[in-house]
Design a protein around this ligand. Structure first.
Ligand SMILES: CC(C)(COP(=O)(O)OP(=O)(O)OC[C@H]1O[C@@H](n2cnc3c(N)ncnc32)[C@H](O)[C@@H]1OP(=O)(O)O)[C@@H](O)C(=O)NCCC(=O)NCCS
Length: 229
């Protein structure tokens, strides 16, 4: 299958992985080099600096921006993940739908080669999956075992509660939970949300983040916005 992300221009510090081949060589854990667990599977993927992928997690055609991490036993496909996202174990980002409208929804109809039923796989079907990308904004937190269904966009600063199944877009800074996921509450009043978006701290340099670390730790979001605006 064609590698779709292979030709996307890369910013400094970003790396492209056609296929990550596990090795017992120790991977650099220092500096901003993306860290991929040796038991992870990574295919046609772009990873920003300071990103991490945990054990037994699989990525296929995913772009994950700087500082975001996904821990173990999770998966993502056809997804654009912003900066500083935190994705818990067992999360599913864009599990593929099967063709419910066909006589057979089993994957032999589109993975025909694997079953020696045809000489070509059904590339149009994979294009259909590809067209239902999942998009996560910046600083999104996806809770344990949550599922984000195909085509969903989750706004910056949002939270997906543990075990949720997200079937509709989520507005920025909104906490959602349940099956199907519904809004629980907004994290901040609108003025603070607007202040954070204007500040866009997720675009700050590494040095500026380090300089503001004490404020990230000790100030509430409203005071943080007021001080750094
Ligand atoms: C969603 C979450 C962040 C809590 O948000 P919160 O706004 O503080 O929510 P509260 O605890 O005040 O609960 C508010 C309501 O939401 C419900 N709720 C909380 N978490 C929920 C979830 N995951 N799914 C469904 N409903 C949930 C509560 O039962 C409560 O319902 P009620 O109003 O009917 O009593 C938290 O419950 C959660 O799911 N955290 C994920 C933890 C995790 O997976 N960590 C992995 C490591 S990164």
């Amino acid at each position: 299958m064609t590698l779709k992300l292979a030709h996307r221009p890369l910013e400094p510090g970003y790396r492209y992985f056609d296929r990550y081949v596990p090795s017992d060589e120790p991977r650099p854990a220092e500096g901003g080099e993306p860290a991929i667990h040796k038991d992870a599977q990574v295919h046609d993927t772009i990873l920003g600096p300071w990103t991490r992928i945990g054990a037994r997690t699989s990525f296929s055609e995913v772009s994950m921006d700087a500082y975001s991490y996904i821990v173990n036993d999770a998966s993502a496909a056809y997804a654009e993940i912003g900066k500083f996202c935190s994705i818990a174990r067992d999360a599913r980002i864009n599990p593929g739908n099967h063709p419910t409208w066909r006589a057979a929804q089993h994957h032999f109809s589109y993975r025909a080669r694997s079953y020696e039923l045809g000489s070509q796989d059904d590339l149009d079907f994979f294009e259909w999956r590809r067209s239902h990308r999942v998009v996560l904004g910046h600083d999104v937190w996806i809770g344990h075992g949550a599922t984000v269904l195909p085509g969903v966009t989750i706004g910056t600063g949002s939270v997906v509660g543990a075990g949720a199944v997200v079937s509709k877009d989520v507005a920025p800074f909104t906490i959602v939970g349940g099956v199907p996921a519904k809004p629980i509450r907004e994290r901040f009043p609108k003025a603070v949300q607007d202040g954070l978006l204007a500040l866009s701290w997720w675009d700050w340099t590494h040095d500026r983040l380090a300089g503001a670390l004490e404020d990230f730790r000790h100030l509430d979001a409203d005071a943080f916005v007021e001080k750094h605006a």
